[in-house]
Design a binder for this molecule. Structure first.
Ligand code: FES
Length: 123
């Protein structure tokens, strides 16, 4: 089901605003580089309110002796233990962690932020 959440301007750029949707806490953020993302406000590591974390970038895989920073504005860092998550896929970006953020399709239609929630699902 598509749920209207409010005018685009009511959601900040570069940080999350958390709203209640169908019994879930979902954070919505407009990305500095454009686009909008929606994630459940629960870290898959230990359950932190992950949307209180920071949006930024991360160090990318690179050859020895090269420091390559990228994905600026597309990585969410959890406020409790610093795990980083790719906002596009929800996947954890380091180590062997296979845990993912729960993400939701989000879009702006006619100036209104919409998020898509699966009916009756756990997510
Ligand atoms: S609870 Fe998020 S990294 Fe530990």
């Amino acid at each position: 089901m598509d749920v209207p959440l409010g005018p685009e301007e009511s959601f900040p750029v570069g940080r999350f605003r958390v709203v209640g949707v169908a019994g879930r806490e979902i954070g919505i953020a407009r990305l500095p580089g454009g686009g909008i993302r929606a994630v459940r406000n629960t870290c898959p590591h230990r359950g932190a309110p992950v949307c209180q974390g920071t949006l930024g970038g991360t160090m990318l895989p690179s050859p020895r002796g090269v420091l390559d920073y990228g994905l600026e504005g597309a990585v969410l860092r959890c406020p409790w233990h610093g795990w980083e998550f790719d906002l596009e896929s929800g996947r954890a970006l380091f180590g062997t962690a296979s845990k993912h953020l729960v993400t939701y399709p989000a879009a702006v239609r006619d100036g209104m932020v919409m998020v898509t929630i699966r009916d009756g699902g756990a997510s």
